[in-house]
Design a protein. Sequence first.
Length: 264
Amino acid sequence: MMWYRNTPFNLNEQAAARLWVEDLSAGYGNFLVLRNLSLEVLPGLTVILGPNGAGKSTLLKALNGLIGRSGHVWLDDAELPSKTHEIVRSGVVLVPEGRQLFPQLTVRENLELGGWLVPKGLRAQRLDQAFIDFPKLKERASQLAGTMSGGEQQMVAVARAMMSAPRLLMLDEPSLGLAPRMVDELLHIARRIADNGTTVLMVEQNVKKALAVADRGYVMERGTLVASGAAKLLARSSVIREAYLGAAAAPATPRAAAAAKAAA
Ligand SMILES: Nc1ncnc2c1ncn2[C@@H]1O[C@H](COP(=O)(O)OP(=O)(O)OP(=O)(O)O)[C@@H](O)[C@H]1O
């Protein structure tokens, strides 16, 4: 008898992955975007924040093999391969910005394509599980993906990525262009995936909401990391509050306070 547990996001039979990045540089042709980046992605949910053009998507693309990189990346105790199909086989999957679904295929067909590396029987089992994890998609199994709302399409993209039972799921701005309620839903899906044993690395522009669901965060500016730490601490840090949350940090010294007052 085929047996599988009936709890959300239990596709992943392996332990949550850890990723170590050391001295990573990457860019486009002669244009170097990332310079000597070092970071670690631990089990749970890690968010990468930063202004437009900071290099956040470039980092995910470099980790996914879509662009070349130098430096070292380890997934647990093995060096991460450099070719995308090998990276996927090792359990690292990217949901790119813009989702890249097949609009003329149904939800079910899009999900099945996410399990293309998986033997047929297991793929069917994972599809059943995906419909348990994403009940909204079960109702829409026969709908063409291109006719769904932005939020629903993003959900299909995440569910499709989960079909390969990744150990590390990378999400590039999953909430881009979505209504606030869908943003919340998508971020909570990311949280649930992390809670159920798949490490999640997410780029997000919704700083406040992302830090509220994440365990840890990195802040990137002009291709380098400028801050990192526990999400709760980052949310209170001056670098985040000043740059992203619209709150001026308290001046560090009485002199700075006087200067700020004079300038106001
Ligand atoms: N295919 C490309 N060819 C050349 N340059 C690129 C390419 N993609 C991105 N860049 C450049 O790399 C830099 C970093 O872009 P990236 O998309 O990684 O930033 P980001 O932090 O993800 O910002 P955003 O939130 O706007 O997507 C930018 O200067 C961008 O113009």
